[in-house]
Design a protein. Structure first.
Length: 281
């Protein structure tokens, strides 16, 4: 009799051990394996897009988190009605809540993390804009396009100078610490012929050129912003009034200074060539 009881106890323990091992493997499979997600026929396209994405080294369950109750509820719903749609949060809602677990300090987004990014600090922390507002994209593709930017910045269209159609992030880098998330160096990446050392090279390009408004400068822009008293200096007033000349008629953009060499072929179009230094007296 005692031997029979011992056998039963051993069998119970064995079943418990096997059950625990199988249960643990099942838990690990459902909690850590992308194959579990791919076992559903509804997930084939999602799996393909995940494999092509920049997150293909991160298993589905890191972002698409589910509790044990939700897992079993979905399992029962699938068994009962495999072709039906099941209400769930882990697909499109929960993933966005875990973005900052990776994209806060260590993992880079290109060259950008939330901690080192003025753009993210401004949009996420100051304006409290959630990740999915900008990184909507398509399935597993989180690239931000100007459509997302324009949903808030409706008046920021790009005009002229061959810039029409550019994406906002071509100019505005989230990693920049400068105002408006853009520096002069970023402009010079596309406009390399502009002199890097000139009388106005210390200014930011957008202080004169307005990509979302009027890019090309006019005389009133020069006089209204910085050079309001120039008409009182030397012969400027004479040229501006009697000759009806504008600033850019003599001062060539991005060089500006008129020396003896620049005066040849410029000043002598209208009068006898003189030393430009005498012009300001």
């Amino acid at each position: 009799m005692g031997s029979y009881k011992n056998q039963i106890m051993i069998l119970v323990v064995l079943i418990a051990v096997i059950g625990s091992v199988v249960g643990y493997k099942y838990f690990k499979y459902t909690d850590e394996s992308p194959e579990f997600c791919a076992s559903c026929h509804l997930m084939q396209e999602a799996e393909k897009s995940w494999q092509r994405s920049g997150h293909n080294d991160i298993v589905c369950q890191v972002c698409h988190k589910m509790g044990m109750l939700e897992k079993n509820r979905l399992l029962v719903a699938f068994v009962v009605n495999p072709d039906g749609e099941v209400e769930q949060k882990h697909g499109k809602q929960n993933p966005w809540s875990v973005c900052t677990q990776c994209h806060m300090y260590d993992v880079s987004q290109g060259s950008v993390t939330l901690r080192n990014s003025y753009g993210h600090a401004r949009h996420v922390f100051m304006q409290e804009i959630s990740c999915e507002k900008c990184h909507s994209g398509s399935m597993h593709e989180f690239r931000v396009t100007r459509n997302e930017c324009m949903s808030c910045h409706k008046d920021k269209l790009i005009h002229g100078m061959g810039m029409t159609g550019l994406e906002c992030l071509n100019c505005h880098s989230y990693a920049e610490s400068a105002p408006k998330m853009i520096t002069g160096k970023r402009c010079l990446n596309c406009h390399p012929d502009i002199p890097k050392a000139s009388p106005m090279s210390g200014l930011k390009c957008f202080e004169c050129h307005k990509p979302h408004g009027k890019i090309k400068m006019e005389m009133k822009d020069c006089l209204g912003s910085c050079h309001g008293n120039e008409s009182q200096v030397g012969q400027h007033g004479l040229h501006m009034t009697k000759a009806n000349m504008g600033c850019l008629g003599c001062h060539k953009p991005h060089t500006w200074t008129i020396g003896k060499e620049q005066a040849k072929g410029l000043c002598d179009k209208c009068h006898r060539l003189k030393d430009p230094a005498s012009f300001i007296y």
